[in-house]
Design a protein around this ligand. Structure first.
Ligand code: ADP
Ligand code: MG
Length: 479
């Protein structure tokens, strides 16, 4: 290893590319899509660390890896191959990297997760040590970018969050992350906080809290006649991370207070991050002026991860805990737990707990038995078509009889198609049965409605979020 040979060239290449993007008015693109960290080099290669295999492939397909290679060739006169490793948590390992992945041999299914070299390791350990001393009281230490696996569903959210963290208040402000439960909204939001805190030190005033706590604190301050104190506390922050803003629906006076807080922080270029369980357009009982402010910066959508990402997340979680389970068991969990990352985590915890208890190696058969409850949608017995129709009708402020009727107005047709789609997803009803339940239509009409929604979902991510939200509501629906 010719350690450090190319390090300066690397820095220079990245600086030059950064400048080029800046001059073209595309600095944000640079911040988003060149998330590469120098690790080490040999005479003909440079190894970089990336956040996930998926991110590497994305940067490869965008031509960014090519750009870097060309720039390095320009500067050094040598043709250098870029190799990558997936950033690993096990930075204190003294092993040399066992495996790197050539640019040309990146295999889609393989999740590369290897330890870093001693030099990189000790550097990162030192950085980690430093970070440890800088623990922010409101932020979870493990909610960091390093522990987050960006995949098909979250690469953009991850990159935008990282860009904002590197350049708070300047790159994107505010950031609004929305999507269903357990998809990593809080994790990403706190990663931004942790990053800024580690980067800028404790002098920076970062506040993380849920919209519910914000509301309660505000109401208490009215009772205690300390609203001035409340106002100055929040209006003088440097970074505000406000989680789960859907809680603010219908809370008019808190919204008003947040509106003024927002303006004060925005004027001072203070970074704000909000999360919400649905697209902002779907929020009810939120003042328009606040709604427009939430979406003034960048709104990003988190979707459930696909199989490959789910697998990568499981591998990462195991690595963090220093645990091993057989590959086919990992596969089984990744294939079957499709809802969200929280469910994925709890399935894994359940499996590991069981293995510990019986002191046995896990097998697919044990996994099947242990996770039966998780997959056999515990609610399938209690989900009725009527509940689905009720939840969807309520959401669109129409009645169940509108949903079942033959009315052709768009305001009825769309909820009807969505309800039917959800019914098909969550129950065992056939198309003829569904047609029957939806106002005595024939099975081809039912099938057509279903396919229409399915088709639209391919391009309309906000419809997808709405449907995910409705599905959750249906599952939570208590008679
Ligand atoms: P949300 O706020 O959207 O409900 P959380 O941020 O609480 O979700 O995430 C739920 C759990 O899943 C957390 O333990 C989080 O660390 C984990 N998680 C979510 N997405 C990822 C990811 N892409 N990589 C690693 N862990 C993740
Ligand atoms: Mg959350």
């Amino acid at each position: 290893m010719s350690d450090q040979n190319y390090h300066e060239f690397w820095d220079e290449a990245m600086n030059q590319i950064h400048e080029e993007y800046k001059n073209a008015g595309q600095e944000n693109d640079f911040l988003l899509w060149f998330n590469l960290e120098y690790v080490e080099d040999t005479l003909s290669t440079i190894t970089v660390a990336v956040a996930s295999e998926f991110m590497w492939r994305l940067m490869l397909s965008k031509g960014n890896i090519d750009k870097v290679t060309k720039k390095i060739a320009e500067l050094t006169g040598q043709s250098i191959t870029l190799k990558y490793i997936v950033r690993s948590k096990k930075v204190d390992s003294t092993e040399a990297p066992s495996k790197t992945n050539e640019e040309t041999s990146s295999s889609a299914a393989k999740q590369a997760s290897v330890s870093l070299s001693p030099t990189a390791a000790s550097k990162q350990t030192a950085a980690a040590e430093e970070k440890k001393n800088l623990k922010h009281p409101q932020l979870r230490e493990d909610y960091t970018f390093d522990n987050f696996i960006p995949g098909d569903n979250s690469a953009y959210a991850f990159n935008a969050s990282l860009a904002a963290a590197k350049n708070p208040g300047r790159a994107y402000n505010p950031i609004l992350i929305y999507g269903g439960v357990g998809l990593g909204k809080t994790h990403l939001m706190q990663s931004i906080g942790n990053y800024i805190y580690a980067d800028k030190g404790p002098k920076i005033k970062i506040c993380y809290l849920s919209a519910e706590t914000f509301t309660n604190e505000f109401i208490a301050s009215i009772g205690e006649k300390t609203t001035d104190k409340f106002k100055s506390k929040y209006r003088n922050l440097d970074v505000l991370l406000l989680d789960d803003i859907h809680f603010l629906q219908g809370k008019d006076s808190t919204q008003e207070e947040l509106f003024h807080t927002f303006n004060a922080l925005y004027d001072r270029n203070c970074q704000m991050v909000f999360t919400c369980d649905r697209p902002i357009t779907e929020l009810k009982g939120i003042e328009d002026r606040l709604r427009t402010r939430f979406s003034r910066g960048l709104s990003i959508d988190l979707q459930p991860p696909n199989y490959e990402t789910r697998r990568a997340i499981l591998v990462k979680k195991l690595e963090i805990q220093g645990k091993k389970i057989p590959d086919d068991v990992i596969d089984y969990i990744a294939k079957n737990v499709q809802t969200n990352v929280r469910d994925l985590e709890s399935s894994l915890t359940k499996m590991l707990g069981y293995a510990d208890l019986v002191n046995k190696e896990l097998t697919v058969q044990i996994a099947q038995e242990q996770l039966r409850d998780t997959f056999s949608s515990p609610l399938s017995g209690t989900i009725s078509i009527e509940n689905i129709q009720k939840v969807v009708a309520d959401h669109y402020a129409i009645s169940i009889s509108d949903i079942k009727s033959k009315k052709r107005d768009r305001k009825f047709v769309i909820p009807r198609q969505i309800a039917l789609y959800i019914a098909r997803q969550l129950t065992e009803y056939s198309f003829p049965e569904l047609g029957n339940e939806f106002g005595g239509r024939d099975h081809t009409t039912a099938m057509h409605s279903y396919e229409k929604v399915e088709e639209q979902l391919k391009t309309d991510s906000s419809l997808n979020s709405t449907i995910q939200l409705l599905i959750r509501e249906v599952k939570d629906y208590k008679k």
